[in-house]
Design a protein around this ligand. Structure first.
Ligand code: NDP
Length: 249
């Protein structure tokens, strides 16, 4: 893999995944890691990591700024050039407060849906030509290998079958929708060699996961990255946990 793009790269799982990717054997570390975040000037840890690793390129992206996606894509294209983009990780996301049906608020539903669902779908749409370029460049990859990958970071809270507690309308619906989008991506991109998956990263100690989460960021991200690296055609269109175990929709 030569190049990748990850959103929400400044903290939490996004930053953790970049560190885990850098910690892989040298031959697996992409030559270009485009790290998108909404406030690069305030992304001190990411800036420090980029100062030590010249393969990290930081770009600004606010998920809700949908009008900027074409210009952002051009910036990514100028970085990756003819090689295209081998891996897109749609990671940026927001949680929402737990509400039962009586307290659901439309503005929270819309905000969460915009960041967690509209953002990943529209970014994938814009970035697609770069993924297709990479897939064409990787045409001679071994049989069954993904020639380019889309990873949508989802959540078990988007699973219908796992929903025994109710509530959480905004977050659950936004992640269930991104799961549905992943299946459509698989169908729409048939024959391109591009594989799309959604992954529940586990309950992890980030700002979103909170201090009671059982998983540490570094350990979870190591497992996540290991799973992402092994995505092949057989995984296309599926929903997995951080170890690549299939989850129920
Ligand atoms: P954090 O809250 O720690 O980090 C969220 C990241 O998303 C930050 O980089 C944040 O940037 C970015 N972000 C939020 N809103 C926007 C926006 N409007 N535009 C651009 N970037 C934005 O969360 P996690 O790292 O835990 O979550 C990462 C992903 O994992 C999310 O999709 C989440 O739903 C999913 N997930 C996490 C779980 C957990 O237990 N942690 C469990 C299941 C799923 P900024 O710093 O600028 O706010």
């Amino acid at each position: 893999m030569k190049s990748m793009l990850i959103t929400g790269a400044n903290r939490g799982l996004g930053f953790g995944m970049i560190k885990a990717i850098l910690n892989q054997p040298k031959e697996n570390v992409p030559q270009i890691i485009v790290a998108a975040c909404r406030k690069p000037d305030e992304a001190n840890e990411l800036q420090a990591l980029a100062a030590e690793n010249s393969n990290i390129r930081i770009l600004q992206l606010e998920s809700k700024d949908l009008d900027r996606y074409p210009a952002f894509t051009k910036e990514v294209a100028d970085i990756v050039k003819d090689g295209g983009l081998d891996l897109l990780i749609n990671n940026a996301g927001i949680g929402s407060r737990f509400h039962r049906i009586g307290m659901v608020k439309s503005d929270e539903l819309i905000e969460t849906f915009t960041v967690n669902t509209v953002g990943p779908i529209m970014l994938t749409k814009n970035i697609l030509p770069l993924l297709k370029s990479a897939a064409e460049k990787n045409a001679n990859a071994p049989q069954g290998a993904a020639k380019a990958k889309i990873v949508n970071i989802s959540s078990i809270l988007g699973s219908m079958q796992a929903n025994t507690d109710g509530g959480h309308y905004s977050y659950r619906c936004s992640k269930a929708a991104v799961n549905a989008a992943t299946v459509s991506m698989k169908v729409d991109l048939k024959g391109t060699g591009i594989c799309a998956v959604c992954i529940h990263p586990g309950w992890v100690k980030t700002a979103m996961g909170g201090p009671k989460a059982p998983l540490e960021v570094d350990k979870a991200c190591k497992r996540l990255v290991n799973t992402i690296m092994q995505i092949s055609e057989e995984h296309n269109g599926g929903f997995y946990d951080l170890d690549g175990k299939k989850l129920a929709w």
